[in-house]
Write a protein that binds this ligand. Structure first.
Ligand SMILES: [Zn+2]
Length: 333
């Protein structure tokens, strides 16, 4: 065991210490895997250097996080046996705190005198929003509308027959092992429910436009394998102002064949894990230009990559800060 090193909890770069003999352990979650598939250099910026845009999360991501916080506390309260009406109140209060920000746990750093924030939250559980105004503007969704949507969502599903079982639960399991590597896959599930057909993972997805979710998705495949199921439900929560509740609150299953899940687990996952190890050992993470323009806008690092190599560090200092160390399953989508 002394030869083995684990990557994930701190830096991908830590694995460069690995001796050439000995099996390499690698901890992966869907964020890192998807990032490696997209752009190695982006993976280096995000998961080795922990760079976060100073301007904060985009408005659409912040609105999604508010809804996730509502759902976490709402379903968590129901699981504890709280009455539905009161669970809605707890959920909305948590969502409001997420919007305002909790002064105790935001940017909290452990010291010998104080190990945990006095509010009882985990560090940065309630960071406050920076790109979401109270009222919606032309390109931005306002937080008041998001809170109203949460309330409307809970009322729409008031006689829900799905039984929530767990919220924000972290699961991990070794999904692959050969002579070279062992891959521990970690996933945080928004929710698991007993739907009467079985127990399934449920993923909350907020959206401004109606769109189908495609199944080529590391997060969903990983969740299915960990849950020993072939279905994941997408709990769609739409922000469309003109749609009726039944049109914007939809639960769509995504289904996989056993063969597709096996292919992902036995071929796709180890291929990209080995690529990641190679980049780390070479200490070189090449750019992948296919990923610079995305459906939600440009990659945050376009300005950095467009700078001359000697100027990139300066560009990073101007626009990014070093965030908390990556911990698998820290964050939502
Ligand atoms: Zn707090």
């Amino acid at each position: 065991m002394t030869d083995e090193r684990t990557i994930g909890e701190t830096n991908i770069q830590d694995i460069v210490d690995i001796p050439t003999s000995g099996k390499k352990n690698i901890i992966l979650d869907s964020q890192v895997l998807t990032s490696v598939m997209s752009c190695p250099r982006l993976t280096d910026f995000r998961f080795n250097h922990h760079l976060q845009a100073i301007s904060g999360k985009a408005n659409s991501l912040e609105c999604g996080s508010i809804v996730h916080k509502f759902c976490e506390v709402y379903y968590g309260s129901l699981i504890k046996g709280v009455k539905r009406e009161q669970a809605v109140g707890f959920g909305l209060a948590a969502a409001e705190l997420y919007i305002q920000g909790c002064p105790d746990c935001t940017n909290f750093v452990t010291t010998p005198e104080q190990v945990k924030p006095k509010c009882g939250h985990h560090s940065n559980d309630y960071p406050g929003v920076h790109n979401t105004p109270k009222d919606s503007a032309e390109y931005k969704t306002g937080w008041q509308f998001v809170l109203d949507t949460c309330d409307e969502y809970a009322r729409f599903w008031a006689s829900d027959h799905w039984v929530p079982l767990e919220v924000e639960v972290v699961k991990g399991e070794v999904l692959y092992e050969d002579d070279e590597i062992r891959i521990l896959w970690k996933a945080k599930l928004d929710l698991t429910c007993d739907t009467n057909q079985g127990i399934f993972p449920v993923d909350h997805k907020t959206m401004k436009q109606r769109r189908d979710t495609i199944s080529l998705n590391n997060q969903f495949m990983g969740q299915c394998i960990l849950m020993r199921t072939r279905n994941v439900f997408i709990n769609k929560i739409g922000f469309q102002k003109t749609l009726k509740p039944a049109e914007k609150f939809l639960r769509a299953p995504i289904s996989y064949s056993a063969a597709r899940l096996l292919e992902w687990q036995a071929e796709t996952l180890p291929f990209y894990a080995k690529q990641l190890l190679m980049f780390a050992e070479m200490e070189h993470y090449p750019p992948q230009f296919d990923h610079c323009e995305g459906k939600y806008g440009n990659c945050a690092f376009v300005g950095v990559c467009e700078s001359d190599p000697g100027m990139r560090e300066e560009e990073i200092k101007l626009n990014f800060m070093v965030g908390p160390k990556w911990n698998p399953v820290n964050e939502d989508d």
